[in-house]
Ligand binder design. Structure first.
Ligand SMILES: Cc1cc2nc3c(=O)[nH]c(=O)nc-3n(C[C@H](O)[C@H](O)[C@H](O)COP(=O)(O)O)c2cc1C
Length: 158
């Protein structure tokens, strides 16, 4: 099955897991990148004035402009694995912007989230709503420092 692993990662944890998944599946990989990257200060959820806090408080600020949305051969991928950090219980919103920009028709989609302590919640279902097409499977949650064996047992099960 021709597979693409897409991910957004602000602090590197999701990137590491996405790379492990892509390696295990011999899949191509694509990074979702905001035009304006998040700095350490932007991500400070303890500061109500930080960029992430303001975006969390106001959904209108969550339409994040993304770089390089042109993915070569998008139409040829049958399976998309999509990875994202959890921010305040939901998918980090650059991922919603990505999902809205793509055509998911005829794709099997496997979401995975990465977090410190939260579970998957409804994050996968909310992305599915944004996609409006595709066969979205139930997602899986990885601890941010998940051991490679945990990742392998998931990729082996696919
Ligand atoms: C703005 C922000 C909000 C977060 N909210 C949550 C949360 O609600 N639950 C949780 O378990 N972790 C939360 N985290 C932690 C991240 O989900 C976790 O560190 C994840 O591994 C980050 O992925 P990344 O390194 O790929 O960006 C939050 C982190 C940030 C920056």
């Amino acid at each position: 099955m021709k597979t693409l692993v897409c991910y957004f990662s602000a602090e590197g944890h999701t990137k590491k897991i996405a790379e492990e998944i892509a390696k295990n599946l011999e899949a191509n990989i694509y990074e979702i990148e905001p035009e304006k990257p998040y700095t350490k200060e932007d991500l400070d959820w303890t500061n109500s004035d930080s960029r992430a806090s303001k975006e969390n408080d106001n959904p209108e600020l969550r339409n994040i402009e993304l770089k390089n949305l042109d993915i070569p051969n998008w139409d040829e991928y049958e399976r998309i694995i999509i990875g994202y950090p959890i921010w305040w219980g939901i998918a980090a919103w650059p991922v919603n912007s990505f999902v809205k920009s793509k055509d998911w028709t005829n794709k099997t989609v496997l979401p995975f989230c990465v977090s410190h302590s939260s579970g998957l919640g409804d994050s996968d279902l909310l992305l599915k709503d944004d996609a409006n097409a595709g066969d979205w499977q139930e997602g899986i949650r990885f601890y941010q420092d998940a051991p490679v064996a945990k990742i392998k047992s998931w990729t082996d099960s696919l």
